[in-house]
Design a protein. Structure first.
Length: 116
């Protein structure tokens, strides 16, 4: 069976940022997953494998080649979930510093969840 790849352009018509953040929020209400990570390689070019299981609910594994240090790995969905829980309700401004894919996706996600 050939692999199927789903990129942002394919997914955006199927799943919105608010839906993605809500799915992540719902996932955090489930029992804690049993997770195990394997990190292999130098700090600036690691291979990471994560396996996770929630009894009776889910089993997953992901593989990622990290070409930057682990401290710089930031993904929009958990970041924006945190903002929905921690941002002051009267906040009016947000500054995102960056020019790459992560910065663009963060901007999209924040605009979708904080439209005003």
């Amino acid at each position: 069976m050939p692999a199927t790849y789903l990129c942002y352009e394919d997914a955006k018509s199927v799943l919105s940022w608010p839906e993605a953040v809500d799915a992540l929020r719902q996932g955090h209400l489930l029992p804690k997953a049993d997770m195990h990570d394997l990190l292999f390689g130098p700090e600036n070019g690691m291979l990471m494998t994560r396996a996770a299981r929630i009894e009776g609910k889910a089993l997953a594994s992901k593989l990622r080649v990290c070409l930057i240090t682990m401290q710089h790995m930031v993904y929009p969905t958990p970041t924006v979930l945190g903002a929905t829980l921690l941002a002051r309700p009267d906040s009016k401004h947000l500054v995102i510093v960056g020019a790459g894919v992560v910065a663009r996706n963060l901007a999209r996600a924040y605009c979708a969840l904080f439209p005003a």
